[in-house]
Each structure stands twice: as structure tokens, then as C-alpha cells.
Design a protein around this ligand. Sequence first.
Ligand SMILES: [Zn+2]
Ligand SMILES: [Zn+2]
Length: 269
Amino acid sequence: MPGPVVLSTGAPAPPAFAGTPAAVAAGASQRRAAPPDPSMQEWRGFPAGAAEEPAAGSGAARLAAWAAPLCLSGAELVPPLPPHLQPPESRGLPPAPQRPLPQPGGGDPQFNVAKCAEERSCDNPACVFWHSVAERRCQQFACGSCAAVSRGRCIGGLHVRPEDIREVLTVDLEDTVGVQDELRRLEAASPDERARYVRLVLYGFAGLRMGLLRKLLEQLPLLHELALPDRAREPSLLVFLCDLVEGLGTTTPRLRDVIFQDEQCESLW
Ligand SMILES: [Zn+2]
Ligand SMILES: [Zn+2]
């Protein structure tokens, strides 16, 4: 252990540590508690000016080089999030929309329990009836409890409370690996878990990755909104999105609105 050796040779004080004051104090007390080595010179205290930068090649400089990898701050002890899970702002992307989230069913506890008479031709955004089996909620669950769950799903429909449909999923289509990870995670999740997502915040939107985006959207049965914080509203983009959403009537029947960079909301149908 080179730590105690440096102090007992009378070399300048150890350099400032990158760690927390507590960690530095702990390190210092460890050094003081080390047993004396009779082969070393007697400790005569710090020389004048010892608090200054250690001279290159001195014992303290060597200690600094040796100890640097061991001195972790509190932040460094926590493993960093994968890039696609870090906040958009920290990756230089525009912030996600601040608009309030939609409230599926508007507080109706019987939301999506009964079938809509107009089915797919229904154009009422506030309709409280279901339009495809993917978004149907279990009536037993809505009325209190249901024990018919088998293999993570209930044949009667989704087990999700309307007030729990408020999750936001954020993906960056430029990060293909991150999107594929997210897709795998969703495919492994139960329909009830996937039904909690109400808004998808999408960066790097481009026609090239349409297949990947479509697969992602198909996993989100109660998604209501698509937000594109790095895209300005333009007619050709709207036409593109209308085509995309039209093909999702079975899997994602509630997806109707798109929010652009200016936070304005546009209805796709
Ligand atoms: Zn309807
Ligand atoms: Zn059920």
C-alpha cells in the first residue's frame, strides 16, 4: 500500500481529492490509523506551503496519480443511464412538450368497457366506448375486481384504470439501437402495462424509419398523442402522419393528435 508511505516520508500534503469531503476524511483517517513502518523516517509534520500544488514527480504527485481512479464522487458511483433514457435536454435535443396530458375517458370509470356503435367510423375524440379489441377494458375490472387473468392478460380486456393512462414514452429514432431496445421491452410487457402510455415523444422523425415507428405504435393500445418536438408543422408531414395513423385503427385506435415544435396540436383525422 503506497498510501501511508507518502505521509511518513514527510512529503507535501496529499493533493485535493476529487471525492466528497466525507470520502476524503475517511481516507485521511485510514492513513493516520495505519501502523508505523520502522524502516521509514519519523513524521515531522507538513512543510510550509504544503497545501500548494505538489511538485511534479513528488510523492504526493505520484499518490495523486495512483489514487485518482479510486476517488469517485457520489454521482460517479451511480451508473449512467443509457443514452436513449437520458432527458432530451441533456442530449442537446429540444425539450418535450409541456402541454397537459390528455385524460382518457374524462374521468368516466366505465371508459372503454362497452363497444362503440359507430365502431371505426366514430369521429368523437371524447367517445368513452371502445373501437377495437386492443383498447377494450375489462368490465369486471372496471366494476371492482377480476380474477380471470391468465398468462398476464385477461380475455375480457385491459386491466388498467383510466387515471393510470398517463405515461409518456420518449424515443429518438436516430438512435436505432435504443428504439429497438424499447421495442423489445414493450413486446415483453403485458398489454395492461403497455396500455398506460398516453403520449409518445418522438425525436429524429424521418420517413426512412417508418417501419420501426409503426411497430412501436402498434404496441401502445391507448396512445392518444404523438409529439415531434424537433419538427415544425408542415403540410407534407401532416399528410404523411395521417397515412400512418390510418393504418393503426386496429392496434392504436385512439391516436389522433400530433404536437409539433411550437406545441400546437393538430388533429390527424
Ligand atoms: Zn366511438
Ligand atoms: Zn378482467
